[in-house]
Design a protein around this ligand. Sequence first.
Ligand code: TA6
Length: 294
Amino acid sequence: RKGVNGLDMVILREPRGCSVEVYLYGAQVTSWKNERREELLFVSNKAVFKPPKAIRGGIPICFPQVGTHGNLEQHGFARNRLWSIDPDPPQMATSSSNKAFVDLLLKPSEEDSKIWPHRYEFRLRVALGAGGELMLTSRIRNTNTDGKPFTFTFAYHTYFAVTDISEVRVEGLETLDYLDNLKDKQRFTEQGDAITFESEVDKVYLSTPTKIAVLDHERKRTFELRKDGLPDAVVWNPWDKKAKAIPDFGHDEYKRMLCVEAACVEKPITLRPGEEWKGRQELSAVPSSYCSGQ
Ligand code: TA6
C-alpha cells in the first residue's frame, strides 16, 4: 500500500476497528487507532514524509544511538533508512495470539558501513493485539565476520497524543534518578509524587519499572507502556520556545504531545558476533476510570 508521497506502508487491522499504520521508511509507526477510530499517537501537521528527513511523530526507532549519546547523527540512522519486509521472520511464541503483525528488516548498506562499521540484522515486529494493544519487538543480531563486538543505544521514541499537556500526569517515574539533557546530561533525583508538565522537559529516567502510565485527564484516557530489555525511559516535550525552533513541528503542537520512550541509554548494549538482543515495548490505552486505584 502507498502512503504519503507514495511511500510504502502497511496497515494492520483487528475486527473491532483498531488499526496501526507502519511506514517501511524508518519502520516507523505513524498511526495507532482504538476501536472508536481515535488517533492515539501524535504526528505533526508539519511532518515531512520524505527521505532523508525522519517523520516527526508516531514511533521513530532510535538506533544505533539515542540522542547525542555518541558520535553519530542525532538518534542514529535507522529512522531514516528504507526497511524491507522480512523474508525470514523469527518464529515467536506470541504470533498466534497476535491478530495482525508485520515483520520488517534492516541491514546495513555499504554507505551505512562507512558511518558505523558493523554488520547486523535488525528485525522489528509490529503487532496489533486482539485488545487493540500495539506491540513492538526488536531483535538485533551482530553478524560481523571480523570477530568484533559492537555497542549501541536504543529507543522507541513514542509520541503520545494528549489533549492538553498541562493536564497530563506520568506515573511510575517518581523518585527515580534521571539524566537531564537540558543540563549537560547531569544526574538528578526526581522529587515529589507525580510528574506533571509546565515547561520544557528532556530527561532520561534510569532503571525504571517495566510499567509506566501516561494519564490524559481531559480525555479520561490512560496509556500504559510496558517494556522489556529497555531499562530507561526518556520523557520529552519541547514546550513553546523549542517548538518554534523545530521546522517540522507546529508552534502550538507541544500542547498535544508527550514523548515517553522505552530506551536503553545509560548502559549501552554490547553484542559479540552471533549474539542477539531483544527489546520490547507494548502500549495500551484504557479509560482512566478503569485503571484508577491501580
Ligand atoms: O528524545 C528526546 C530528544 O532526544 C530531544 O532531545 C529532542 O531533540 C527530541 O528527541 C527530538 O529529536 P529529533 O532529532 O527528532 O528532532
